[in-house]
Design a protein around this ligand. Sequence first.
Ligand SMILES: [Zn+2]
Length: 345
Amino acid sequence: MAQDPFWLGDERIEPGTRRQLEVPVAKLYTHTPLHIPVEVVHGRQPGPVLLICGAIHGDELNGVEIVRRLLKLPVLSRLRGTLIAVPVVNIFGFVQQSRYLPDRRDLNRCFPGSEGGSLGSRIAALLREEMVDRATHIIDLHTGAIHRTNLPQIRSQLRKNPETQAMAEAFGVPVILNAELREGSLREYAQSRGVPVLTYEAGEALRFDEWAIAPGVRGIRRVMRLIGMLPAEGRRRSPPAAEVANGSSWARAPIDGILRPRVRLGARVAKNEILGVVADPFGNDEAPVVANADGIVIGMSNLPLVNEGEALFHVARYQEIDDVESALESFQSRYETPGNFADRT
Ligand SMILES: [Zn+2]
């Protein structure tokens, strides 16, 4: 049985078709209208409604490329249900190469928003009404902040919803963090409505990281197969089961200075191991940055210039760290993660 047409604003999308739409969002001071580009792929058969969002933080580009590649997949002609793909949510920040909106607000702290509120609040309200409230499943794509890079990781509140946990595991990246909700985030809002939502965090702002993009596309395909939107493919081997981290913490700069990292992203480290050394330009007053627990480096700063107290290495702790290490090895044999920064001097 074919499903009903899908409406987005005044646009009607027939079953078995796909449309690129421009959702009007605001006007610039100059009277120039701005739109959020959206593609809706509306399958012939009814099924889940999956919302995929990129660049809610306007400088986080890997998700934009993930959405582009996803939309090129020929298998989408066999889609069940509806895919709502938004490559660039924060178009203002994207144009400015900035995480924020023009009023310096963070769009991912503006949910649920309101129609009479500030710009961020209005965009959040528009997204909520037109897309988020209609989605049965959501994947929100992010990267590390500027000058920070993340090993591909899923962040979610796993214990609240068994379907969320199944989606996180199906995504197939080696790191899953049971992350607290940020007030006003898309994830917090969606979860308050009981919608399973994953945040995929991978790579660095203002960069394209192939080792973050390719597993992102694969991960979304796996989730779409899991929830019945794409046909199952029996031949594919599933990724090694990911371990959920017990927690994570940042190792911070002990002094102001210039950082020489000694570990790379994905490294297994031991408590009190030296992760990097901070010194002034002459190499006087050297101070080590040490790991505060055994774990895996899942995020790090790429900028050598640091102030005392700055978060430099994000270390996740695990019960079964050997299993995580072998899952990472298999991941890294498939995707080339950044090279070894080892400091021998
Ligand atoms: Zn982000």
